[in-house]
Write a protein that binds this ligand. Sequence first.
Ligand SMILES: Cc1ncc(C[n+]2csc(CCOP(=O)(O)OP(=O)(O)O)c2C)c(N)n1
Ligand SMILES: [Mg+2]
Length: 691
Amino acid sequence: MTKTISLKEHDLTKEQALDLLRQMWEIRLFEDKVYDLLGRNVIKGASHLYAGEEAVAVGAISALRDDDLITSTHRGHGHCHARGASLAKTEGAKQAHYDKMMAELCGRATGYCLGRGGSMHIADVEQGNLGATGIVGGNIPVATGAGLAQKLLGTDQVVLCFFGDGASNTGNFHESINLAALWSLPVVYVVENNQYGMSVPIDKAAAKLDIADRACAYGIPGEVVDGMDVLAVREAVGRAVGRARSGDGPSLIECKTYRWYGHSRSDPRKYRTKEEEAAWKARDPIPNFAARLVEAGVATEAEVDALEERVEREIEKATAFALDSPTPPVEELELYVYAPFEWTETDVARERELRERCRAGGPGTRQVQFREAIQEALREEMKRDPNVFVMGEDVGLYGGAYGATRGLFDEFGPERVRDTPISEAIIGGAAVGAAMCGMRPVAEIMYVDFTPLAMDQIANQGAKNRYMFGGKTTVPMVIRTEGGAGRSIAAHHSQSLEALWTHFPGIYVVMPSTPYDAKGLLKAAIRDDNPVMFIEHKMLYGVEGYVPDGEDADYVVPFGVADVKREGSDVTVVTYSRMVHRALEAAERLTEEGVSVEVIDLRTLKPLDMETVGASVRKTGRVVGVTEAYKTGSFISELATIVQEQLFDWLDAPIVRVAAADVPVPMSEPLEDAAIPSVERIIAGIRDVLR
Ligand SMILES: Cc1ncc(C[n+]2csc(CCOP(=O)(O)OP(=O)(O)O)c2C)c(N)n1
Ligand SMILES: [Mg+2]
């Protein structure tokens, strides 16, 4: 039997108790309405309904302060609802919140995410709801990163992270909780164990049925709670929030609960028996809580009934608001992919002048290695902006696998130069969450070959959150990584995977070839409000070059400005990173034969400077694209298509691609050499295009 409620014991006023009931009714009736609208095809797409689980979201969020944060899941209406409802202090603000939620589900311009996110990606970042995710478990690292930001910023705000029993079997769960425990981050992990991950019951997905038991493996408190009892959830989460706020680190709270509807609308629920459903429904969190309030004399039956009727009217109003709202204008399709930032003509002109000065060397310049250029950029940006910090595997005392962070640990200490566990997903995800909360992380993934381990976090969350959430957030993070062949370390440490990253909208891709470019581009990347994949070639770290000195030492290289590394009139070679050096050597050798080759270093693949490429192609009429990446699907293939689309009339010959062989990069030196473009192969490519 449930305990009689004592408001005093639960530290609740009557208004607060009734508000918990009201919020649960709001979620229930909202979800019933969504079910109806889905059935009539008014709401399109997937909506995973939260009915049955209301006590979890409402109880947990009621334990938060207004400035705390949440992250949510594909079954996120309840979380979004409770967070928004608890922050809205007037009836008008509450109605506006329901309106924006319903409008978002209906794909309208007035929705929380302006119709970009819909049910599975609903968010209200401006009010501390860092968003839902369609990737099961995808929000757990983001929440952890948001917790890291609170720690670094010195706030006492707490992050509440909701996820399902299914999500607790993803690597994200383990990597996140390990890191949060290690760094004592203020995150409360709330598992909504509704007994199923789609159709698969918990006992077919995990050998141990209480997910909270896993907490002890990470040395944090874990607790199982009756997720059908709003006060039990509120209390357990309240204790965990208290620990997090006072610096005692994360907790794992498992709420046993049940969803009333199928996984999604198309689910006939064949995997559940009628008896099982009936047993859970007898424990319905809403009428049970209402009865307890009446029984304890907190509210009358009439008050409770009036509440339900009022909620019905609110949801009807929200539905009418949504259906009367316009859909987003298609002309605005591309709005919000990138945070706006325009380099001025003056920036570009100044950089051109500095570039020329450094190409020549001499007064006002200084010679450094590529590795030192990276170190200098990091050091200068960390000094300039206290929100810049570095994290990754072995970036601390060791100084990074290639020494690019050497010296930073001594200068800035372990808080701002953070060695991480070998957990690429959480390195990427913590960067996303921290960046969404005002930090400027520079996260190192040791090799580009390992970036696929973090791909969900960087590409699905980091690159897309701004767009999916209606332009209401920015993700100013830099992922630094090392790519390329040349050290006989074979197929897991030698690839050029930039094309994977140029494929995703919402992330820039930068590949410098000289110390000058590396320093200026890295500083620009750190200052940019967009996610940046910054790929350094491992064979370039020892290369020397000139950087501006004196009063020009603090310079940036604007994104989307290619550098003509050598002028020529017969052929345009377009390339980037290490291949720039080989292309220049090829060009030099061909001079002896009277062939004049222009070499364009793209510097940033995204944004791409087609203006510079176009001007060159109009002059030469012949293009060779050179890349160290596998030929199939390489970025140079994309470039060839763009040239063909935009400059076909100026072409005098088919475009030639000189790329790596489509074989995993082999270890043995002669094989490795044969796999990637040599100077000779570039010369052959140039001869081909001249035929
Ligand atoms: C990474 C990933 N794998 C699979 C899916 C497909 N899928 C969506 S929800 C779901 C079940 C998730 O179960 P759980 O985490 O328990 O959440 P619940 O749906 O029960 O709330 C699955 C398999 C997905 N969206 N993302
Ligand atoms: Mg589940």
